[in-house]
Design a protein. Sequence first.
Length: 278
Amino acid sequence: MEKINQNIFFENENLKIINDDVLITNEISENDIDLIVTSPPYNVDIKYNSHNDQLTYSDYLVFCEKWLTRCYHWLKEDGRLCLNIPLDKNKGGHQSVGADITTILKKIGYKYHSTIVWNEGNISRRTAWGSWMSASAPYVIAPVELIVVVYKKKWKKVSGSRKSDITKKEFMDWTNGLWTFSGESKKKIGHPAPFPLELPRRCIKLFSFVNDVILDPFLGSGSTLITAYQNNRKGIGIEIDKGYCKIAYNRLIKEAKINEGNLLNLEEDIRCQKVLVN
């Protein structure tokens, strides 16, 4: 009997969750992805289950170059990447994160298209002012994040169904490069750094066609897969932590309104895997 692939946490005809490391996984084929939407670890000491989020800044940039290079090879020639990253950081030293990662993208071979500024209203309350009411050493912190939009070879998309489902109002609103909506609750989702459904929803509808293949190499709590399914795209997520894979799976059932019977029964799947291995 054929042994079940241990890296596939869940799979049906439209969705796949891969429980693996983005740096080593062999589950994605080259030139196969239409759009990547992701928010990688920010290296600000967030307490993830299976990732060290406190690298030196130079090591963090090396990590970014490695996983972004893998994504470059996975994209189709007219494939695109929407990368949600900080504008800058001050924890552990001031760094121009957005500019530095954009430079890495160009070094790898990505072509730059634009940068969307996300005004995340619920992170506007800051307490790190530096030298309070003094010119000695004040901190200037912008309560925004970036969504850097790049592509592989050709910006004009010719592959896929060529069917768009974006409304006129959505197109007019979202092509304005300042997006304002709130972030997601960590407590509600059960993940230390979830991003809101609105972010991948806008990227998916604006930058991909119906039935395109959407990838999130840092799936986390599953927001990208949920919105991919809700908007008639195929979705693939890579997540190194099995606990977060389960959160994503449960959200697919609850929020994407997928019939649980259409998904793999995880408990049964785990039991079957044990039988096959033995």
